[in-house]
Design a protein around this ligand. Structure first.
Ligand SMILES: Nc1ncnc2c1ncn2[C@@H]1O[C@H](COP(=O)(O)OP(=O)(O)OP(=O)(O)O)[C@@H](O)[C@H]1O
Ligand SMILES: [Mg+2]
Length: 265
């Protein structure tokens, strides 16, 4: 089983890419679990289901802790706790929903009201579940985590020893700067492979990507480009998914190439 974290500056296309990629992998017969760790919770819609069909983990933290017989401080130490395995199994079942093409989804949850505090304990809970799911690698071929914009998720160590970081960027200096930081933190956490995905590329001759590649010191195997495609925006406006709205779109073709990279490992 491979674990992939997707992050980058706000609005660069993280959710669009993970939703499309996960469905393409599922269409190839791979078992894919995606986890939405962004409190903006856009991934459900991007996989064709309503948020009202999902029960976010964070809303039920107290119940989950009760079910696992834990207090908040304990959960960090539980990753390999055998005596809790059966109960964790039940917890996971309660919170997984099946979406388009059989992609399974877990949603971490959001900030319930102004001043309600940080997301640390919710992220710690997701980390615990990922640890457990990883120990039963027969259930999934891929776990992919969509994250909040920026680098916070790396500070929480959630992606520790993941297989891939997909650092999504646009061809804009500010987004590239965030990507540089993402790659540093990802290396600190021992993520095995850092892949830069330059999304919304508009030039035809590859100059933009070459410049970014030089700036980030990436080799060819580490960098993929996804073309700017007006169809993505049209699909979003209509509440449709790019893979259903325009399956032949250039953006889908480009994400297919990234899928091939993942399949190569
Ligand atoms: N290749 C593309 N071509 C054109 N528009 C795109 C492309 N990829 C994404 N977009 C558009 O960019 C916007 C942001 O996309 P998306 O929500 O996937 O980004 P995000 O990084 O997940 O954002 P956030 O940081 O808010 O989670 C959307 O309006 C989407 O339609
Ligand atoms: Mg997003």
């Amino acid at each position: 089983m491979k674990k992939i974290i997707i992050t980058g500056k706000g609005g660069v296309g993280k959710t669009t890419i993970i939703a499309t990629l996960s469905r393409l992998l599922a269409r190839d017969g791979r078992r894919v679990l995606v986890i939405d760790c962004d409190p903006s919770m856009n991934l459900a819609m991007s996989l064709g289901i309503s948020l009202s069909d999902v029960v976010p983990l964070a809303e039920n933290k107290v119940n989950i802790h009760k079910k696992l017989g834990l207090d908040m401080d304990e959960q960090e130490h539980l990753t390999n706790g055998n005596e809790h395995e059966i109960k964790i199994d039940e917890v996971i079942e309660d919170y997984i929903v099946e979406t388009k093409d059989g992609v399974k989804l877990i949603v971490m949850g959001t900030i319930p009201y102004g001043g309600s505090g940080c997301l640390c304990s919710s992220i710690a809970l997701v980390k615990l579940l990922i640890g457990y799911i990883t120990s039963r690698s027969a259930d999934n071929d891929y776990i992919m985590v969509d994250s909040q914009a920026g680098v916070e998720i790396f500070g929480r160590g959630l992606a520790s020893e993941f297989d891939f970081t997909f650092a999504i960027t646009e061809p804009m200096p500010k987004a590239v700067e965030v990507t540089r930081h993402v790659m540093e933190l990802s290396r600190d956490l021992g993520v095995k492979k850092q892949i830069v995905i330059v999304n919304k590329v508009e030039d035809e001759d590859g100059t933009e990507c070459e410049t970014i590649s030089r700036e980030l010191n990436c080799n060819a195997e580490q960098m993929y480009s996804v073309r700017y495609d007006r169809n993505v925006i049209e699909a979003d406006k209509k509440g449709l998914l790019i893979l259903d709205y325009a399956p032949q779109a250039s953006v889908v073709e480009d994400i297919q190439r990234i899928k091939e990279e993942i399949l190569r490992g």
